[in-house]
Ligand binder design. Structure first.
Ligand code: VG1
Ligand code: CO
Length: 545
C-alpha cells in the first residue's frame, strides 16, 4: 500500500452550516471535494493522528464510497485505530456514544440528516470532537479557513475494507474495527431506562405502539431495542430497513413528512403511542392517539417527569434550549429550582454546558431532545424516555399526560412556519429589512399586542466566553408572546425562512384548541411585519410544524 500526496485546489463554499457541510450529492461527487474537507479536518485536529476515530453514516446514497475514501485518508494521516459501523451504519447519537466510550479523538458522520437522499438528493459530513459532540464554531471555522488554502491531501492506495463483516483488519498502520452499530448504544440505553417496566408495558396486551424509522438509520436500532430487547411485537417498527434514498421520501419526523405514521395514529384502532426518527437518528416525533406533542412540550414534559426515570433519579443540573424553542421548559426549570439556558440554534452550543455539568437535558423545537448521556440529540432516547413515563403512569394516555402538564404549568402554544426554496437574495433582503426596523419596532401596537423588545439574538457561552451572533430576529410582546425570524443553515437549495410563533395560554378551557387557531392573530402580525408574501412570493408556508 502506497501513501500518496494528491495535489488539489480549494473549492469555495466549504463552510459548515448549522450541522456540518451539506451539499447536493453531485457536489460531493466532484473529484477531490470530499477529500479536501476531510484533509482540512485532519489538518486542524492534529490529535487525530495517533488517536482513535469513529466513522459511520445514515446509509444514504454515496455513504459507501465516502467511507472507503475516509478510511484510506485516516490511515494516511496517522490515525491509529478506526471504528466503523457494519455496512457503514452508525446513527449520530451512536457515534457520540462510541467516541465517549472508546475515548476517541473524534468522529466523522456521513449524513445530511432529514434532507432527502439518493443520487439527486443531499449528502453531508460532520466532524465531532473528543467529547462526542458536534465541533464548536471555532473548530468548524478553522476547518473552513483551511479548505480555502488546501493544496494537497494524503491518501493510501489500496483495496476497500469489507464493511459487511464484523471484525478487525489493518490498513497501512491503522487498525480498522468493523463493529456492531447497535450494541454499545443499546447498552447505554439499558443503563438509563427501566427496561423491565417498559417490557411489561409492551407485553401487557393492551398497549400498542408504532415506530416509523422512515427507511433511515434508526431501523436497526429500534428493532434491536424495541422488538428484540423490550419484546414489542414484530412489525412495531415500520420502514425499518435503511435505504440509500429513504424510499424517495424526506426522512423528517414531523406532521408533514411522517404521513404514514400520522395516519396510523389518527386512524381507527390506533395504537396508544407513535414515534418517528430522522435520517441520522437524532430527531424524534412523539404522537399519542390523535395527538401531537410539540418538541418544545416534549422537552418540558421529560424534564418534569425525569425523577421517575432511573438514569435521572438524582435530579437535573439544569436545562438548555435553543432560542427559538418555546419557554415551556423554562417553567419546569423554575419550578424545579434549576437554571435554564437559552442558546443559538444547533446542538453544538449545548456541548460546553453539558461538559461543565451545568445542564442535564437539552432540546430544540426542531424535534431534537437529548441529555448528557451523549453530546448529540438522540431520537430513540426520547422515545424510550416517553415509554418509561408511560410505563410508570399506566392507564394514562399521551394526551392526558400533556393535558395535566398544561394544567399545572399553562400551555406555551407553539408553531413553526417554513418557507422553503425561497430566492436567496429575497430572503436576505427580508432579514435585512427586519434588521433595519429593530430600532423602531419596540412600542408599536399590533391589535391587542405591543412589542416590548426587538433584537437579533447573540450569545456568549457561559463556559468559555465564546460568542455567536446573528441567531435570529426576536420580537417579544407585552403578553409574553414571541415571533422569531431565522434563515435555515442546513438547506442546499435557495433559502428557507423559518417563522417561529409562541404565545402563552394559562386558561385550561382553551388548552385543547388547535395551535394554528390560537396563534392566528400572531401569525398575521408576523407576516405583516416582515412582509412575508412580498419577499417570498408565497401566500402560505410550505411546511407547518
Ligand atoms: C435545523 C434545525 C436545528 C437543528 C439542525 C440540525 O437547522 O432548525 O434546530 O439543530 O437543523 O438538525 P436550520 O439551520 O436548518 O434551522 V439535524 O437532525 O438536520 O442534524
Ligand atoms: Co438529524
Amino acid at each position: 500500500m502506497t501513501l500518496r500526496l494528491i495535489p488539489t485546489h480549494p473549492f469555495s463554499g466549504q463552510r459548515p452550516g448549522t450541522s456540518g457541510l451539506r451539499k447536493k450529492v453531485a457536489v460531493f461527487q466532484q473529484p477531490h471535494y470530499l477529500e479536501n474537507f476531510v484533509q482540512a479536518v485532519f489538518d486542524v485536529q492534529p490529535k487525530l493522528a495517533g488517536g482513535t476515530l469513529v466513522v459511520g453514516g445514515d446509509g444514504r446514497y454515496y455513504n459507501p464510497t465516502a467511507i472507503q475514501t475516509i478510511l484510506r485518508m485516516a490511515a494516511a494521516n496517522g490515525v491509529k485505530r478506526l471504528l466503523v459501523g457494519q455496512h457503514g451504519i452508525l446513527s449520530t447519537p451512536a457515534v457520540s456514544c462510541l467516541i465517549r466510550k472508546h475515548s476517541a479523538a473524534g468522529g466523522l458522520v456521513l449524513s445530511a440528516s432529514h434532507n432527502p437522499g439518493g443520487p439527486d438528493g443531499d449528502f453531508g459530513i460532520k466532524f465531532n470532537t473528543d467529547n462526542g459532540g458536534p465541533a464548536p464554531e471555532k473548530v468548524t471555522e478553522a476547518v473552513y479557513v483551511r479548505t480555502k488554502t488546501i493544496e494537497a491531501y494524503r491518501i493510501l492506495d489500496g483495496i476497500d475494507v469489507d464493511l459487511g463483516i464484523i471484525g478487525g483488519s489493518i490498513l497501512g498502520t491503522m487498525a480498522v474495527e468493523v463493529i456492531d452499530p447497535v450494541a454499545d448504544y443499546a447498552e447505554l440505553m439499558e443503563s438509563l431506562f427501566d427496561f423491565e417496566a417498559i417490557s411489561q408495558l409492551m407485553q401487557d396486551g393492551t398497549f400498542r405502539m408504532c415506530f416509523d424509522a422512515m427507511h433511515a438509520v434508526t431501523g436497526p436500532y429500534a428493532r434491536a431495542i424495541l422488538e428484540n430487547r423490550l419484546g414489542a411485537p414484530r412489525g412495531t417498527v415500520i420502514n425499518g430497513i435503511p435505504k440509500p434514498d429513504f424510499g424517495g421520501a424526506h426522512p423528517d419526523p414531523n406532521l408533514a413528512h411522517a404521513q404514514e405514521l400520522v395516519s396510523i395514529l389518527n386512524g381507527h384502532d390506533a395504537p396508544a403511542f407513535g414515534a418517528a426518527s430522522d435520517g441520522d437518528g437524532d430527531r424524534n416525533m412523539i404522537l399519542g392517539q390523535r395527538f401531537f406533542v410539540t418538541p418544545s412540550d416534549s422537552l418540558a414534559l421529560i424534564a418534569a417527569h425525569a425523577h421517575s426515570v432511573p438514569g435521572y433519579r438524582n435530579g437535573l443540573a439544569g436545562i438548555a434550549r435553543s432560542m427559538p424553542t418555546s419557554g415551556a421548559a423554562d417553567r419546569v426549570a423554575a419550578q424545579l429550582g434549576i437554571p435554564c439556558f437559552e442558546t443559538p440554534t444547533g446542538w453544538k452550543f449545548f456541548g460546553n454546558l453539558m461538559d461543565a455539568g451545568k445542564v442535564t437535558l437539552c432540546g430544540e423545537e426542531s424535534f431534537g431532545t437529548g441529555s448528557s448521556h451523549v453530546r448529540e440529540k438522540d431520537g430513540l432516547w426520547a422515545v424510550l424516555f416517553w415509554l418509561n413515563i408511560l410505563a410508570t403512569q399506566r392507564n394514562q394516555s399521551v394526551a392526558n399526560i400533556v393535558a395535566q402538564h398544561w394544567q399545572q404549568f399553562g400551555r406555551n402554544v407553539y408553531s413553526r412556519h417554513d418557507y422553503e426554496g425561497v430566492d436567496s437574495n429575497a430572503a436576505q433582503d427580508l432579514m435585512a429589512n427586519l434588521h433595519r426596523a429593530l430600532q423602531t419596532l419596540p412600542g408599536q401596537q399590533y391589535g391587542e399586542r405591543r412589542i416590548l423588545c426587538a433584537d437579533d439574538f447573540s450569545y456568549t457561552d457561559p463556559v468559555d466566553g465564546s460568542t455567536s451572533s446573528g441567531g435570529g430576529i426576536r420580537l417579544i410582546f407585552d403578553d409574553s408572546s414571541r415571533i422569531v425570524y431565522r434563515l435555515s443553515g442546513t438547506g442546499t437549495e435557495g433559502a428557507t425562512l423559518r417563522l417561529y410563533l409562541e404565545s402563552y395560554e394559562p386558561d385550561p378551557t382553551r388548552h385543547t384548541a388547535d395551535a394554528q387557531f390560537l396563534l392566528a392573530p400572531l401569525i398575521q402580525i408576523s407576516e405583516t411585519i416582515a412582509d412575508v408574501r412580498r419577499y417570498t412570493g408565497r401566500d402560505q408556508p410550505d411546511v407547518i410544524t
